[in-house]
Design a protein around this ligand. Structure first.
Ligand code: ATP
Ligand code: MG
Length: 426
């Protein structure tokens, strides 16, 4: 036998028994963003490499070691998008969406990062994200957090995730803080690990993000960003906290939350869970007021978040919240004998015409009734409709219940849709 070709490591198929969970998640997301009046935007999965270098930052995990970058046939450097914000800003700039306008946008789709695959971390994964442009005050920050909180409620996950927030202040305030932090790190250089020594001069705030426990202890004495915040950022952060309080959304202020990407300022936040091991961040975002201009547009404030859909599906599985998803088939039609095939196909089409939401599968491929019933059962359908020659001559159908103890019944061919409508509306 020929050798089978395998999928790329870390890039998963979504198999038929998994797609109902994804469809449910996608539909909850669509309904939620719709209820806030957000519009969908769809961007290409490939962009020029410079877009990500210039936005995410050269000294970040993503740009340093995670991007799928390759040369196009004409020598241009292209990259499979590792995240959506940069593409969204590029698309909005390029298409004039930000010209004296506010935009509240959302997107959903695959992202690509060359990471070590493990539970909750893949090389192709999916994000849902929102981005709001042209709004400078923290009311919109609160709104997108509220939108995410509504998602957890809709999915039954509200109890299992918690919100952490912080303010990074203005770029100027952060620059002053950065100098103070670097001075502290230099004074403690003998305690730093290799990663931190490297980051100390390139991206020192990331040192605060360390997972190294002994370093965390040292960092407790580091200067605090909150003491360096500019007046305006302090006020906006206060407003954010007030709005979250009045919306009844609980949060913790985490001063070492700095986010891995360069473009953030002021509000940053993460929704985290303790149920996914090291891959505990399900949703992350913040404000990026400088990014639009940095990418060549007119200065426009922006704020957004992205959530990892695989991690959400894992959480839903973990808390057994995927038990009652619909099976793909409601009604399975079987037939045997002269003239019954045509009748079965016609009946199925008639039901599909009348009951748009019902999923009707007609048996194909022949076989005896024993085999047909086995297939009907395996389809997961609630009922089988049976047409044999006897039924056909009387213009009737036999309905058999596959999931419950209930006697089979004969119904008139012409009233099958009506019967099913009542049955499935229960
Ligand atoms: P992490 O710290 O887990 O690497 P990150 O800070 O790199 O996350 P972001 O760039 O903020 O992640 O992306 C937003 C969300 O996308 C994350 O919170 C996570 O839920 C999800 N995500 C990021 N990378 C992956 C991945 N490789 N596989 C699956 N989900 C991911
Ligand atoms: Mg990462």
């Amino acid at each position: 036998m020929a050798k089978q070709i395998q999928a790329i490591r870390g890039m998963n198929d979504c198999l038929p028994d998994q797609t109902p969970a994804w469809q449910m998640l996608e539909s909850v997301i669509r309904n939620t963003v719709a209820s806030y009046g957000y519009s969908e935007i769809r961007m290409p999965v490939v962009e020029s490499t410079d877009l990500f270098k210039r936005s995410i930052g050269e000294v970040t995990d993503i740009v340093e070691k995670e991007m799928y970058t390759f040369d196009d046939r004409n020598g241009d450097s292209l990259t499979l998008r590792p995240e959506g914000t940069a593409s969204c800003v590029r698309a909005a700039n390029q298409n004039g969406l930000l010209y004296n306008q506010e935009q509240r946008l959302w997107y959903m789709g695959p992202m690509f990062r060359h990471e070590r695959p493990q539970k909750g971390r893949y090389r192709q994964f999916h994000q849902f994200g929102v981005e709001a442009f042209g709004l400078a005050t923290a009311d919109i920050d609160a709104e997108i957090i509220q939108l995410s909180a509504r998602l957890w409620k809709q999915l039954g996950l509200a109890e299992h995730v918690r919100l952490e927030i912080n303010s990074l202040g203005s770029n100027q305030a952060r620059a002053v803080y950065r100098d103070a932090l670097v001075a502290f790190l230099e004074a403690n250089i003998e305690h730093l690990d290799e990663d931190s020594k490297r980051r100390m001069h390139t991206n020192p705030l990331r040192v605060l993000d360390t997972k190294n426990e002994s370093l965390k202890v040292i960092l407790q004495d580091a200067p605090r960003l909150s003491e360096y915040l500019d007046q305006e950022s302090q006020e906006q952060f206060k407003l954010l906290c007030q709005l979250l309080d009045s919306a009844g959304i609980a949060y913790q202020i985490n001063e070492s939350l700095v986010r891995g990407l360069d473009y953030y300022n002021r509000t940053v936040f993460e929704w985290v869970t303790d149920s996914l091991g090291a891959q505990g961040t399900v949703c992350a975002g913040g404000r990026y007021d400088g990014l639009v201009e940095q990418l060549g547009g007119k200065a426009t404030p922006g704020v957004g978040f992205a959530l990892g859909m695989e991690r959400l599906v894992l959480l839903l599985e973990h808390f057994e919240l995927l038990e009652n998803l619909p099976k793909p088939v409601d009604v399975y039609v079987i037939y045997s004998g002269e003239g019954t095939q045509t009748a079965a196909f016609a009946l199925a089409e008639q039901i599909r015409d009348n009951l748009l939401s019902l999923r009707v599968m007609v048996h194909c491929g022949g076989g005896n009734f024993k085999k047909l019933f086995k297939k009907a059962d395996r389809s997961g359908a609630k009922v089988a409709l049976v047409i044999a020659e006897d039924e056909l001559s009387k213009q009737q159908v036999t309905i058999k219940y596959l999931r419950e103890e209930q006697a089979q019944q004969s119904i008139e061919m012409s009233s099958v849709s009506e019967y099913l409508e009542t049955l499935f509306s229960k």
